[in-house]
Design a protein around this ligand. Sequence first.
Ligand SMILES: [Zn+2]
Length: 226
Amino acid sequence: MTKPTTLKTNCPHCKVINEAFSYRHTYTFNDDRRDLDVLWFACNSCQMPISLVIQRLGTHITAVNANRSWTRTTHDGPYRVIAMFPEQPEAGMAPDFTPDNIASFFNQGSRSLESGDFDLAGMGFRKAIDTATKKLIREINPEDLNARLGDTFVKRIEWLHSKGKLTEQIKDWSHIVRLEGNEAAHEEDLYKKEDAAQLQHFTEMFLQYVFTMPRKIQAYRNPSTD
Ligand SMILES: [Zn+2]
């Protein structure tokens, strides 16, 4: 019984961290690059494809017949991965222009997600949302901050939406992801991988909307001031 050929990597399409991909198809070069195999895989979460270009170092059987689990960085024995399409974005990095402390919470969440510590990941993303919402509330009216601190994150997000700081879509999305964590009495379950991955996606979009987009628009309109 041989192992199936699989790929483990972060999905550039649906952004799931360290996802398993199933083997679909292979193509072996037959001209002057006979040492290259191209393997196609499909993400087990979203079914979108990734292809790997694998170099055979020597006269070994084709990469697919090696029946192994590949990663983006496989370089051992007779095989070396030399390219992946699409290329991966820097996985789990906070969006551009996110303030340093908030970016650090987000990146800690992403690293925990990658290492399988899903509850820690949830804490990192919630801390990023906590700090970002406080910053936004303070910017609108510092007097409001104390009144809003006792609110759940969803309530703060609704309030920010009512002040024109967030879109309807972000407000509605905040009701679906698991934002409130374990401290609420009725939420004593640990975060599952899916909870943490969804929260990462939500937090990334939230940070892009409130920090990245305004700065990019400002830079575009006033190129000299940025
Ligand atoms: Zn995917």
